[in-house]
Write a protein that binds this ligand. Structure first.
Ligand code: SF4
Length: 298
């Protein structure tokens, strides 16, 4: 019999949280796993729908999801939904990517290469103050003036050229119109974006997903590290392989892709840095393939 990942997680989690049973006064504990939330009810008399507000007891269930699933799931793809659930419960809706317009998101995607978001924010603020978050006005700005405004983001001369290369491409191909650009077929647009100097796969996909609302998964260093540490991808897996893992096992859904990427980045920053802090991490229960060797290797 084929069981969907959600069903696998539900069965696994139910069988692996005896501690919750013991703590509940009634004999029955129920775990309902849905795409967006988990609820645990003590008795069958509880309402069927999940509570509207967040229930802190849910955090206690997080480790059991991965633990339970590991008994049943056998492919990396089957872990992706439960993994998302655990992170989503822990971090909540992250509302990524900040930006008042698609062009601002694109500028942010280019400026964030090799630097922190805090440094990008300073640069964006300065560009905004000069009303330069507009393709035409940005293009007319002298290189040295632009470089000074984005200095906080590092590699400011290189990034000045990258911003201008993008705007030049936008003007040449789409008369400067982002609406026209994003009306293109996703994969054709991705291919042409990758020809723009300084735009690699992660930047192109960030632009497509967060500025263009196109259903494409963004793979970054944190995603690679987390998957690799859990044994869901090998060390040499390419960008396309990891992207395909997500895109073939998850629904083609823009909000889901946005939130999932944001959750992985948050996990990486909070727990899964060079030295992992597995204790307390919402993915601590997904330890089927987690071992000292994989932790040390990344
Ligand atoms: S910190 Fe540990 S449990 Fe958390 S994602 Fe990294 S390797 Fe996994």
């Amino acid at each position: 019999m084929y069981l969907k990942p959600m069903e696998l997680a539900l069965i696994g989690a139910q069988e692996s949280f005896p501690a919750m049973h013991a703590r509940c006064s009634s004999a029955q504990a129920k775990l309902a796993l849905t795409c967006s939330r988990i609820t645990c009810t003590k008795t069958t008399r509880h309402p069927r729908s999940a509570p509207k507000s967040f229930d802190p007891r849910l955090l206690k269930l997080i480790p059991y999801i991965g633990e339970g699933l590991s008994m049943y799931a056998c492919t990396a793809g089957q872990y992706l939904f439960p993994l998302y659930e655990s992170l989503n419960i822990y971090f909540g809706d992250l509302h990524w990517w900040p930006g008042d317009s698609p062009f601002e998101v694109i500028v942010g995607a280019i400026l964030t290469q090799n630097t922190t978001w805090h440094n990008v924010e300073i640069a964006i603020k300065k560009l905004k103050a000069k009303e330069l978050l507009h393709p035409g006005r940005l293009m007319e700005t002298e290189d040295d003036v632009l470089a000074e405004l984005i200095r906080s983001s590092g590699y400011y001369n290189v990034k000045t050229r990258r911003l201008k290369s993008f705007v030049q491409y936008l003007c040449d191909e789409y008369d400067g119109s982002l609406d026209r650009m994003f009306a293109e077929d996703l994969w054709h647009l991705r291919e042409t974006l990758l020809r723009v100097k300084g735009i690699g796969e992660e930047t192109a996909d960030s632009i497509l997903l967060y500025a263009g609302e196109k259903p494409v998964f963004v793979v970054d260093a944190y995603t690679r590290r987390i998957l690799q540490r859990h044994g869901f991808s090998c060390k040499d897996a390419g960008y396309g392989e990891i992207q395909a893992l997500f895109m073939t096992n998850l629904p083609n859904n823009v909000p889901l892709y946005k939130q999932y990427h944001a959750l992985l980045v948050n996990t990486g920053k909070t727990f899964c840095n060079k030295t992992p802090r597995c204790e307390g991490c919402p993915l601590g229960g997904f330890n089927a393939c987690l071992n000292e060797r994989s932790l040390a290797a990344v």
